[in-house]
Write a protein that binds this ligand. Sequence first.
Ligand code: COA
Length: 266
Amino acid sequence: MAFPAEPMNFETILVENRDSIALVTLNRPDKLNAMSMMLKAEVIRALQELDKDENTRAIVITGAGPKAFTAGADIYEFHDRTPIEQWRMYEHGTLYDAVDRVSKPILAMINGYCFGGGLELAMACDLRIASDRATLGQTEINIGIIPGGGGSQRLPRLVGLGNALRLTLTGDRIDAAEAVRIGLVDEVVPHARLEQRTFEIATKIVRHSPLAVRLAKAAVRASARLPLDQGLRYEQGLFALVMASADKEEGVKAFLEKREPKWSDR
Ligand code: COA
């Protein structure tokens, strides 16, 4: 199947494939890549297509321009939004739900400002690699609202209750060095090396069996929503499933024959 499976035409994002790693770029640099309704809908559509596309093994999300990953939800659109409209958006499924549902590894490449909904987007991803120029914050409180894209739940899971409350209640912006110290991002790299390092990690992941990668991701992510006993059972179910895979046969055989495996994603 050619990439993309269907031609994907977007106005507010860019999508490209680099050796089976899809790069999704939020592309409103003059607005610091603020996430309008259209941008969110386009990212949702892109993620759904990329998750289905067999030439895509991992997804990287970043922001266009020199300043921002994204400065969060488009504040201009908050003006006239009614509670019913907001509820309707939740009923249709949010961007954060869409990221959460992606079965393939998805990395946030945080190239600059990462605030409010932007931080929630990054937190919904599997890994967060940040430029040393990045600034991050759960900043909704500064405009009289609260996190609505999962921030109140994902932030404490990453950084603990105290740090989550500090960031959410003060609305402070922190630099990348502090973000990595408290576990909000996984790695900080010099700005010039951000893309290289992010793709290095993604490439390492996509060299493994795609099926094993997806099952491993599903098992680890389940730990955030299941009690331990259920999580352990879930892991066992997936482990039993992977025992039936051609990739397990190939992986074991290649090890015994001292050669590189050839994965089939089955
Ligand atoms: N929604 C909509 N537009 C936004 C935006 C947002 N979240 N963040 C920035 N922009 C727009 C600005 O309105 C401005 O547009 P304009 O040139 O047409 O006026 C443009 O992006 C550049 O922003 P500016 O504020 O001039 O850049 P800066 O470098 O001086 O400041 C920030 C950058 C990120 C500190 C500042 O824009 C900011 O605080 N943004 C809001 C961040 C936030 O709280 N996000 C969470 C929302 S829930």
